[in-house]
Design a protein around this ligand. Structure first.
Ligand SMILES: [Zn+2]
Length: 273
């Protein structure tokens, strides 16, 4: 795999979710005879997108949450389980503005999966070529079209999953979408969860497993299940796949929802290159 020159990777800070830690790491609090009413941990987790300024186009990997998530775009039950908050400067448009890019300048969107905290701003990218796993696309479409409730499909939002874009490119397998940018299948979290490997000239290889690996604890070793898993056997296989790719490429693994790790990432307008 060749590295890519003249490419910058920006981490866009899109706000935070809060939730019970058991969603992140399953069984992180467990009752015992001596402590039957064990206290759960309420945690804050980051939401971010990855902007890749590449010689062949401006690429966004994931899109964060819809800005009206807590004002009716999500159903109240979801808002209660996963409250989402962001400051004005953490709007996706404003994060792009930090590097003088407008949503219209984005040519390509790549989705790790179609959950509400990864596809929320899809409305801004009607003009874009969108890449996603075929399995994810088919699963999400089936779910939102076969449910009476327009807003409740687990973590999929109908209006987001069916939003029009210029063209969907449905990927059946690992694909080098652009030179130095590999889309990899990491199923388990959802039917078609995927990650991205970026081969940079100076800073080496970055692996973004997105929700295949939420945080350091899930990664281990040993790997731990998260609280939301579509296929547990595939989930653990995907984690071990990332581990072996990280070893092969001496890569940095960029977890999706780990606040401590996120705090140490370079954030836009700073970048990896
Ligand atoms: Zn997520």
């Amino acid at each position: 795999m060749n590295t890519i020159r003249n490419t910058k990777v920006y981490i866009l800070n899109l706000g935070k979710l809060e939730c019970d830690e058991n969603w992140m790491v399953a069984m992180s609090t467990v009752a015992t005879k001596d402590n039957k009413n064990v206290a759960t941990h309420w945690v804050e987790i980051p939401v971010y997108a990855v902007l890749i300024d590449h010689p062949e186009g401006k690429i966004l990997f994931d899109l964060g949450c819809h800005p009206q998530a807590s004002e009716g775009h999500w159903c109240p039950e979801l808002v209660n389980i996963f409250p989402f908050t962001f400051a004005e400067h953490q709007r996706l448009e404003n994060q792009l503005k930090l590097v003088n890019i407008r949503p219209e300048d984005i040519t390509t969107v790549i989705l790790s999966h179609m959950h509400l905290d990864h596809i929320g701003n899809i409305d801004l990218f009607k003009h874009a070529e969108v890449y996603v796993s075929r399995k994810e696309f088919e699963y999400a479409k089936t779910l939102v079209h076969s449910n009476q409730d327009p807003k409740s499909h687990g973590a999929y939002i109908k209006s987001e999953v069916v939003a029009p874009v210029k063209c969907y490119h449905l990927l059946n397998e690992d694909t080098e979408i652009f030179p130095g940018i590999e889309f990899i299948a990491l199923p388990g979290h959802t039917a078609g969860s995927s990650g991205l490997i970026v081969h940079l000239e100076k800073e080496g290889v970055l692996i973004f497993p997105m929700d295949a690996i939420y945080n350091k604890t899930v990664y281990g070793p040993p790997a731990r299940a998260s609280g939301l898993v579509y296929d547990s056997i595939a989930f653990f296989k995907s984690i071990e796949r990332v581990r072996s790719l990280a070893k092969k490429y001496q890569a940095q693994v960029m977890f999706s929802h780990d606040m401590a790790v996120f705090e140490n990432m370079k954030k836009a307008p700073d970048y990896y290159c």
